[in-house]
Design a protein around this ligand. Structure first.
Ligand code: HEM
Ligand code: HEM
Length: 186
């Protein structure tokens, strides 16, 4: 009898992501929210000159770290597939979830590259957290800097939109559909 109950329970509780994938996920959340807040602060809240260079350095160093963490996360992900989506989820929503997750990976790889090119092209090579000088493969080039900064901003705002969508979906799964999706990542 208890075996039958356990089998039923195992079927109704979805498998979780492995520990490393969960650590990658929540580390990414902290880093991305920090980078986004610093980026918005620099671009829109007119920080004083005294603090501005520190904010740039923090934003850019965290951004580069996100690129590296995402690369490591993707390599890990190749050998550790995600647990399945709820079987009764409509196909359109399954597709939306996959597109959303795929776009996150793409954005979190491309945005740091654009930001890195931007800061070099503006003439401000980056020293990672003030400790490790990074190469400057581009050199000062203002027209290039304007172009890649524009692309970086477009990607930043679309990333914010994707995060709103993703978190809304997580809350919908948790509180409306109650299908255990959030638990897979906790
Ligand atoms: C995934 C990582 C990153 C995220 C989420 C991010 C996010 C942002 C955001 C939200 C903004 C403000 C957009 C606006 O103008 O409204 C911004 C601006 C900027 N970011 Fe990033 N960023 C990332 C990585 C980087 C990296 C690695 C660098 C450079 C090494 C960088 C350099 C810049 C620069 C130069 C600006 C323009 C700031 C200004 O207006 O002067 N970013 N970023
Ligand atoms: C910066 C914000 C975030 C980013 C960039 C992000 C990114 C991702 C990515 C890339 C995946 C797919 C993992 C994979 O299958 O390889 C994922 C899954 C997931 N995320 Fe987030 N996430 C963010 C915030 C959050 C928050 C705040 C929550 C909870 C409220 C959350 C809940 C989940 C859940 C439950 C899954 C698993 C979905 C499923 O089973 O298909 N995420 N996230």
């Amino acid at each position: 009898m208890s075996t039958a109950v356990n089998v039923l329970r195992a079927q109704s509780v979805p498998a979780r992501y492995d520990t490393t994938s969960r650590v990658f996920h929540w580390l990414t959340v902290v880093l991305v929210l920090s980078a986004a807040m610093l980026g918005l602060w620099i671009a829109h809240a007119e920080p004083g000159e005294a603090i501005k260079m520190t904010l740039y350095n923090l934003h850019e160093s965290i951004g580069v770290t996100i690129g590296l963490v995402t690369l490591a996360r993707l390599i890990w992900r190749l050998g550790h597939p995600a647990p399945p989506l709820p079987a009764d989820l409509p196909d359109a929503l399954k597709l939306a979830a996959r597109l959303n997750h795929g776009a996150f990976y793409l954005w979190l790889l491309v945005m740091p590259v654009l930001g890195f090119i931007a800061t070099n092209a503006w003439g401000f090579p980056l020293t990672w957290f003030g400790l490790v000088p990074l190469p400057d493969p581009v050199g000062k080039n203002v027209p290039l800097a304007e172009m890649v900064t524009f692309a970086h901003r477009l990607m930043a705002w679309s990333l914010i939109g994707m995060i709103v969508l993703h978190v809304s979906a997580a809350l919908w799964h948790q509180f409306v559909r109650r299908d255990g999706t959030l638990r897979k990542m906790l």
